[in-house]
Design a protein around this ligand. Structure first.
Ligand code: ZN
Length: 314
């Protein structure tokens, strides 16, 4: 019989804390946070939310498999710690989460990068079920990546293999990225770089984009659909960047399937066929075609990732 797992999905502005079992979220709570602040004081809030959740569901902590944390930075599952933070929760590498979890709940603790957790979740209960060779790309403010090869998450010596998919180079001499590189996928076509890209686009001032406050992908898709020439050009460019990234990821990791996630996938009916066609034409896969599919679990993916991380040999 399977046991419930406690999952914490930690993002920049909040943490979602949930009990998950099989393919169900039994219950969840949300804790608001500020990633500019240290994480250690928030552990008390997490413990409080977990106790409340367990009480509501009438489940004793000892009945749970363990607690798994998806962290928005580099984390090493093998040593149970955060490795690098990229300006969010800067104190996280100094936190001994395993001791905290054992003292609070007497439970086993596991940690992983949030993009890898999302891949694990999609493989457990979503778009990557029964797929042992899969890459996930999450298009958001940044671009998250994760890769699984022959049923094992790709981690690498320094725990950063696969999860820097958004920092694959897409354009020689392109935009500077937050990671230190130049022309990364993320620097060319992500939530944070889109406004920068748009403002520098030829003819921008004549576009309806120019009259908007925060330029985001929802707006870009809407204006492109309405025939705004600059929006159409920028959207074509972003699609090309993502498709180029997909081919790079295929050549790097040899997946059978690429799962695309993130809020931008509201426009999956435009994004998926574009990338599928490009990949069919340009990826070297003599065995067949890599399937490009949409993620199915949304924000729950990382929570479901707690189950295989705690119980599977991943
Ligand atoms: Zn980068």
């Amino acid at each position: 019989m399977t046991r419930p797992a406690i999952g914490i999905d930690l993002g920049g502005s909040h943490a979602t804390i949930a009990l998950v079992k099989d393919d169900q979220v039994l219950g969840s709570h949300r804790v608001s946070l500020d990633s500019a602040q240290p994480l250690r004081p928030a552990l008390d809030l997490f413990a409080e939310a977990i106790r409340k959740l367990l009480a509501e569901l009438q489940i004793d902590a000892t009945e749970c498999e363990g607690l798994a944390l998806g962290f928005c930075g580099l984390a090493d599952a093998r040593i149970g710690r955060v490795v690098s933070t990229n300006k969010k929760y800067e104190d996280a590498p100094s936190i001994d989460f395993e001791s905290w979890c054992r003292l609070e709940f007497g439970l086993r603790f596991a940690i992983e990068n949030d993009a890898r957790m999302a891949l694990l979740g999609e493989r457990h209960a979503g778009a990557a079920r029964s797929c042992d060779n899969v890459v996930m790309i999450t298009l958001g403010t940044g671009i998250g990546g994760a890769a699984m090869i022959e049923g094992k998450l790709l981690r690498g010596k320094h725990a950063q293999a696969g999860c820097l998919g958004g920092h694959l180079p897409a354009r020689v001499g392109g935009r500077p990225c937050t990671c230190g590189a130049i022309g990364c996928l993320e620097a060319e076509a992500s939530g944070w770089s889109l406004p920068l890209l748009a403002h520098e686009w030829r003819g921008f001032s004549a576009s309806k984009l120019a009259g908007q406050g925060n330029i985001d992908f929802k707006m870009l898709f809407e204006l492109a659909d309405a025939g705004d020439r600059v929006a159409v050009e920028i959207l074509d460019y972003c699609l090309m960047v993502w498709a180029t990234g997909a081919v790079g990821l295929i050549h790097a990791y040899d997946p059978e399937r690429i799962v695309m996630g993130g809020g931008v996938m509201r426009s999956a009916e435009i994004i998926l066929p574009y990338i599928q066609t490009y990949v069919n034409q340009h990826a070297w896969t003599p065995w067949g075609k890599v399937e490009i599919v949409a993620a199915q679990l949304g924000n729950d993916a990382g929570l479901f990732g707690a189950i295989p991380l705690l119980t599977g040999n991943v």
